[in-house]
Design a protein around this ligand. Structure first.
Ligand code: G3H
Ligand code: ZN
Length: 298
């Protein structure tokens, strides 16, 4: 069975990205898995601290592992946006493949000090466990926001990224490159799109040479996503778009079947509506355009 590290190397070679989709329940897990299986593409399921608290750390790990083993399929599990070493160690012990150890709110030197200590502790516990570190400001909350935060001052400088990577020994870097967690109302309506600083991505990749993750990708312009992957992004995170599909799908399913009380009659259309979003994002992240531009960018 392929490891996450091997899947990332393969994606890097092919100039494509592995899709990462956050889950809060079995409906979302099933939708992500079915979409990835229908396209025969590796996929990462993400669970943040809040999502893990709701589902259970060991329980979500068991569910994802059971899919991986029963279908012999490369579905991986990431402990998303984890703010404590204890939480990261618990996820490693439960069998997660990776963690986003996120101390990006701290000053750079303190972020470096604590992230380096976490890498040492986690690699001692599980040498195969991948650790992602984060610098810069991309806002918080995979929700619909009323207004955009001013993230310009928190953009990642390529030299700081190089220092961060060299001093922490992380496996994957999450930089701030114009991306933002969540969506504005206008994005949820499909009227506006997030735009990315592609040159900054290219410069950070050139300085660090490390695997990189694009967080906060919901509502991003399709062309910018392709260009970001071509410039060096290896993982792309989507959460808000799935939560939106979950909510809209559930509203529709309930109003279509006002008297139904059987969950497995109500929920399949919800799975299907989320699955469509995941499949379309996975297809984009693995599109020939990304591959062709990726080949010329390296
Ligand atoms: O870690 C999760 C993500 O970065 C998702 O961000 O809600 O904007 O898609 P998003
Ligand atoms: Zn994120």
């Amino acid at each position: 069975m392929q490891t996450l590290s091997q899947a990332l190397k393969q994606a890097e070679t092919n100039g494509v990205a592995v899709g990462h989709f956050n889950v809060s329940d079995l409906v979302l897990i099933r939708a992500v898995f079915e979409a990835a299986r229908s396209l025969n593409l590796p996929v990462i399921v993400g669970a943040s601290e809040g999502e893990r608290a709701f589902m259970g750390v060991r329980q979500v790990a068991s569910l994802v592992r059971s899919l991986r083993e029963e279908y012999d399929f490369p579905i991986f599990l990431n402990a998303d946006h984890t703010h404590s070493l204890r939480g990261a160690l618990d996820a490693a012990a439960a069998g997660f493949d990776s963690v986003v150890f996120d101390l990006s709110r701290l000053p750079l030197e303190e972020n470096i000090r604590q992230t380096r200590a976490a890498v040492e502790a986690l690699k001692t516990a599980r040498p195969d466990f991948l650790v992602e570190g984060e610098i810069g400001d991309i806002g918080s909350g995979s929700e619909i926001h009323d207004a955009a935060p001013d993230l310009k001052k928190g953009l990642t400088a390529p030299r700081e990224a190089k220092q961060f990577v060299e001093e922490t020994h992380i496996d994957v870097l999450a930089p701030a490159v114009g991306n933002m967690h969540g969506m504005l109302k206008s994005m949820a309506a499909g009227d506006t799109k997030k735009r990315l600083d592609i040159e900054r991505i290219r410069a950070i990749k050139a300085e660090t040479g490390i695997f990189m993750t694009l967080h906060g990708a919901s509502g991003t312009d399709d062309g910018d996503l392709r260009a970001a992957i071509a410039a060096g992004m290896n993982i792309v995170h989507i959460n808000t778009e799935l939560r939106l599909a979950w909510r809209r799908g559930l509203d529709t399913a309930l109003s279509d079947q006002p008297s139904e009380i059987v969950p497995y009659h109500i929920l399949p259309p919800v799975v299907a509506s989320i699955q469509r979003v995941v499949a379309s994002r996975l297809a984009l992240f693995n599109s020939a355009g990304a591959r062709a531009e990726g080949a010329s960018a390296r």
